[in-house]
Each structure stands twice: as structure tokens, then as C-alpha cells.
Design a protein around this ligand. Structure first.
Ligand code: HEM
Length: 414
């Protein structure tokens, strides 16, 4: 197929991006786009899979000398903001990345996550308790946002009292286009936040505890220990991953269930169906929609000649809606099985927090469906993220429901 010229940051494209992906995917799942200095746009399931699996060829790290304006975290045309540190796990390749993952993976293993289920229930119960008696609340601001934020900050050993500061920052950076006044305003906090993480890393070096930050400052790599700057980059990556995406998943799922009574009733009647339903919400909504890579060599991808230094934009959400991989890809099929979605990526960089996110979502959705199963969303107050290429989520979702009793302790359990 001939190259296309498509500026993916325009509202016209963003509003109907899923339709446009479908057209491109059926015509040419790998296509050269001349916009923003040129990049390959990859939309087919098999092709996205090929890129994600081959981390040696399709690098995460931005290498000086590659065309400017691209790195892992920046979306092509919107490079990573200068006040945001390089993502300490996502933007690392090769042996350093493998050493990091070897050290961190046990903290995020299914068994480790399962061991923290009771803590998740306690935090979710506390936040539902704050609204349950009144019969109304915002299912994002009062619930889906604070619960993962508290759990993430506790995991890092950071103070939980300013959870709002972290939650608002990460949701706002994901919710608004990078040229918007809202994004610019919130970015003014980035240096202070980096400073806070840096100071915490230094504190833990002097006074180790049993949190993840302490593990990072003591971490052994073949190439030597992590510097405080590197620890800060890993912390940022973990806090951003832990705070925003799980909120988006739970909020999108609650919106779907609030607007599809049949699906909601099926899960109320049989909560054992939740894990499979969560994977379907992950596929359908794909909270992290797309990421970028840089090619380290000349290679054929789907019949297209990718050259060393070429940039690629891989769309997880386009892959997750590929009819060649999924029947009825544009429907939520609660019991879909198998469901080999790519919402957590794949290969050596596959999301480190995937087990954590799944169990957090199961606990949070389970508590809502058990305690306020008749919640009604106020359609006028519902505010999804502005359409953008990276993240898919919800900022606000006011709702009403039949009031119920508090069930947790009177004192805050965290
Ligand atoms: C619904 C929730 C989540 C979604 C949809 C999600 C999605 C993703 C995706 C698509 C990637 C990129 C994989 C790749 O490049 O191949 C990723 C990586 C990552 N995620 Fe998540 N994530 C979620 C939750 C979490 C949580 C709870 C944490 C941590 C507390 C986390 C931390 C990370 C980190 C550190 C990476 C980088 C991994 C690496 O490069 O080795 N994520 N995530």
C-alpha cells in the first residue's frame, strides 16, 4: 500500500480512530505514515505480536541518532515531556532490563499479589464505606481512583495522605491532549513530584524498610547498582503504571455494567465470572492504547521493509479489535475464552503489574456489585478522557444507588 499521511493527533482522527484502524488493518496492517517525520503504523494482531515479542529488534529505548522526537513513552509527534524522567523499566533494553525484571518480578507474582488481597479488600471497603450510606458518590473520584493510588503508594513505601496529588496528576496527564491547557497546568507539578520520589529514594538508601523503594536502592545488576536517578525513573514508571491504568480499567468496566443491565446482572448473580469478564474489559477498552518502538536493524514486517532507526507505532487496541484474532471483536462478550488480548503487551516487557491489576479489578468490581449493585450513572456527569492515542479512561462518573450500611472499621485501615 502507498504511504499515508495521517496526523493521528487531530480531533477528526481521534474521534473515529477505531473505524480508521479497521480500514487500515484490512488494507495494510503495517503502513508507512509520512506525518511527524515518518513512522510505521502497525494495526494487525499478528504484526503487533511480532513487534512486541522481538525486543532486540524493536527497541524500547530512544537511541540518540534515531530520528528525533521518539522515545518509548512519547507518542510520535508528542515526545516525552522534559520534566518527566525516563521510564526506568519501560525504556531500558537488554541485560539491564532483564536484571531489573528478575529482581522485580517476584514482588508482582501471582502468589505475592494474592497475599495482598485482604489489604485490597480493606482499602476498597473503606472507600465504599465513605459513600454507601448517602446513596450517591462518584465511582471514579471516590472509588476507582483512590483505591489503586493508595495501594501503589503503600507498595512503594510513600506516604498515602497525598494520594490525591498523585492520582490527579497521573489521570490528568493521561486524560488531556499534550497541547491542552489542562495538561500544561498539571505538568507544572512534575518537577516537584520527581523531587519527592528522588528524596524518598535517598531516604530509603539511608533507612531501608521493607517496601519496593528499598528493594530498588539495594538492587544488584550485572552493570552495578541503580543510581538515585535510575531508582526515581523506576519509581515513576511503577507509580504511573499502578495509579492510572487500573483506575481506567475499573471505571470503564463500571460504565459498561452500568449501561448494560444484562451483563451487570450476570456478574451480580455469579461473581465467579468476574476474572474472565475482566480480561474481556481489558481487551475491549485496552486502557493503554498504543506505544512506540525504534527498529535496531533492517527487517521485514508484514511484507514491509522496516529500516534501522525507523520508528513504529503499535496499536494494542487495534490488535485487540482484529477480526482475524477475535470473533465479534467490537462486542463485549463476558465469557470470551480463549482471550489472547494484548492489553498488557507481550514479550519481555509485558506489563509487570498485570496480576496485580487483575486482582485489584476483581476486588473493586466485586465490592461494587455486592454492595451497590443497583448503581445508576448520571449520564450528564459522566466524563471520559479526551480521545487520545495513549490512554483510554474516565475522569468522573457520578452515580446514585440504594443506601447501605458501612461494613468496615470506623478507623482508616491504612
Ligand atoms: C489495567 C491495568 C494495566 C494495563 C492495561 C497496563 C498496560 C501495560 C502495557 C500495555 C505495558 C507495555 C508492555 C510492552 O511494552 O510490551 C505495560 C508495562 C508496564 N506496566 Fe502496566 N498496565 C496495567 C497495570 C499496571 C500496574 C498495576 C503496574 C504497577 C504497579 C504497572 C506497571 C508497569 C510497568 C513497570 C511496565 C513496564 C514493564 C517493562 O517494560 O518491562 N502496570 N503495562
Amino acid at each position: 500500500m502507498d504511504p499515508i499521511e495521517l496526523d493521528p493527533h487531530t480531533p477528526e482522527f481521534l474521534e473515529r480512530r477505531l473505524d480508521r484502524y479497521a480500514e487500515l488493518r484490512s488494507e495494510c496492517p503495517v503502513v508507512w505514515n509520512t506525518a511527524h517525520g515518518g513512522f510505521w503504523l502497525v494495526t494487525g494482531y499478528d504484526e503487533v505480536l511480532t513487534v512486541a515479542r522481538d525486543n532486540d529488534t524493536f527497541m524500547h529505548q530512544y537511541r540518540p541518532g534515531a530520528p528525533d522526537g521518539v522515545d518509548y513513552e512519547g507518542i510520535i509527534g508528542y515526545p516525552r515531556h522534559p520534566d518527566v524522567p525516563a521510564q526506568g523499566v519501560s525504556e531500558v533494553d537488554g541485560p539491564d532490563h532483564q536484571d531489573l525484571r528478575r529482581a522485580l518480578n517476584p514482588v508482582f507474582s501471582p502468589a505475592a499479589v494474592e497475599a495482598s488481597r485482604q489489604e485490597m479488600v480493606a482499602v476498597a471497603t473503606w472507600f465504599l464505606d465513605q459513600i454507601v450510606a448517602s446513596g450517591s458518590g462518584d465511582l471514579v473520584l471516590d472509588f476507582a481512583s483512590p483505591v489503586p493510588a493508595i495501594l501503589t503508594l503503600r507498595m512503594m513505601g510513600l506516604p498515602v495522605d497525598n494520594w490525591r496529588y498523585y492520582a490527579e496528576f497521573f489521570h490528568a496527564t493521561a486524560a488531556h491532549p499534550q497541547t491542552s491547557p489542562e495538561f500544561m497546568a498539571v505538568m507544572e507539578h512534575a518537577p516537584a513530584m520527581t523531587g519527592e520520589l528522588f528524596a524518598h529514594a535517598q531516604h530509603r538508601r539511608a533507612h531501608p524498610g521493607d517496601d519496593l523503594t528499598s528493594l530498588l536502592v539495594g538492587l544488584e545488576r550485572a552493570s552495578g547498582p541503580l543510581s538515585d536517578e535510575e531508582v526515581t525513573g523506576v519509581m515513576w514508571n511503577l507509580v504511573a503504571g499502578g495509579v492510572d491504568t487500573t483506575t481506567s480499567l475499573v471505571a470503564s468496566a463500571l460504565h459498561h455494567l452500568g449501561t448494560h443491565p444484562g451483563d451487570r446482572q450476570r456478574l451480580v448473580d455469579d461473581p465467579a465470572r468476574l476474572p474472565r469478564a475482566i480480561d474481556e474489559f481489558l481487551r475491549y477498552f485496552t486502557p493503554n492504547e498504543s506505544l512506540t518502538r525504534t527498529s535496531s536493524r533492517d527487517v521485514d514486517l508484514g511484507g514491509c521493509p522496516v529500516r534501522k532507526g525507523d520508528r513504529l507505532w503499535i496499536s494494542w487496541i487495534a490488535a485487540n479489535r482484529d477480526p482475524a484474532a477475535f470473533d465479534r471483536p467490537d462486542d463485549v462478550v463476558l465469557d470470551r475464552d480463549p482471550n489472547p488480548h494484548l492489553a498488557f503487551g507481550l514479550g519481555g516487557h509485558r506489563c509487570i503489574g498485570m496480576h496485580l491489576a487483575r486482582v485489584e479489578a476483581e476486588v473493586m468490581l466485586g465490592e461494587v456489585l455486592r454492595r451497590i449493585p443497583d448503581y445508576e450513572i448520571d449520564p450528564d456527569g459522566f466524563a471520559p478522557y479526551s480521545p487520545n492515542m495513549m490512554m483510554n479512561g474516565v475522569l468522573r462518573m457520578p452515580a446514585t444507588f440504594t443506601p447501605g450500611p458501612r461494613t468496615g472499621p470506623a478507623a482508616r485501615p491504612f
